[in-house]
Design a protein around this ligand. Structure first.
Ligand SMILES: [Zn+2]
Length: 232
């Protein structure tokens, strides 16, 4: 259990450092190893302000079972995806500006860089309702729209990524931010931008996003965070 909470704190630190740019909003969560629910960042603080005692254990009904923080009202994003996906151990939800802007264009995500090949083909999932996800029904609808994919855009809201563990969920979130940002850049310069065909994209996904590379990227993000903190 302590290891799980340390990893959640690290995920919050990395997401805060990476620049989610939405003040106190956005959250990360990991499935409780004891089967009691989900450990989450608490509300009212930025990602990088989390501490062990502020993390909260939330059950499927939103009851706080442990921790001194307040729970985010969008907890059903996490509880319902984890209920629907036995292969998922961690979930990240952010309102990254590049991703919100990308979702509002209604462009399909295209594999213009390695990053996007994690998501396409076949296609990046999309949830069309811009409301906050505060009920079990809304959380279930997001989980249905996500299906077995690694990420979903929430139109006029943000994004959700999932992974077997926090390493995968956080690295997937970083890749989605980069993929959206690159496509916005390319589309702004030339609406007829080019991209890999499906065969090339799948080949790149298999070479680029091995489990070993995802773990290495996760370790690299932590080293960069620590280096920049030492310099500060
Ligand atoms: Zn949100």
């Amino acid at each position: 259990m302590p290891e799980q909470l340390d990893e959640l704190l690290t995920a919050c630190d990395v997401l805060g450092w990476y620049g989610h740019e939405d003040l106190i909003w956005g959250h990360a969560a990991v499935r409780d190893k004891g089967g009691r629910g989900v450990w989450m960042k608490s509300s009212g603080f930025g990602f990088e302000e989390m501490s062990r005692d502020l993390l909260v254990l939330v059950d499927d009904d939103g009851n706080i079972l442990a921790g001194s923080g307040r729970r985010h009202i969008e907890f059903p994003i996490h509880t319902e995806i984890l209920r629907a996906r036995s292969d998922v151990g961690a979930v990240v939800h952010t309102h990254w500006p590049q991703v919100v802007a990308f979702a509002a264009t209604e462009m399909q995500l295209r594999p213009i860089s390695h990053d996007a090949t994690l998501f396409v083909p076949d296609r990046l999932a999309r949830y069309e309702h811009g409301d906050l996800i505060t009920t079990r029904e809304q959380g279930e609808a997001v989980a249905v729209a996500l299906g077995d994919r690694p990420a979903i855009l929430l139109a006029h809201h943000g994004m959700v990524t999932v992974g077997a563990d926090l390493a995968e969920a956080v690295v997937t979130a970083v890749m989605l931010e980069r993929a959206a940002r690159y496509q916005l850049l390319a589309a702004a310069a030339n609406p007829d931008f080019t991209y890999s065909d499906d065969h090339e994209a799948v080949s790149k996904r298999e070479q680029h996003f091995t489990r070993g590379n995802i773990e290495a990227a996760w370790q690299y993000l932590q080293r960069r965070l620590h280096r920049e903190r030492r310099r500060a």
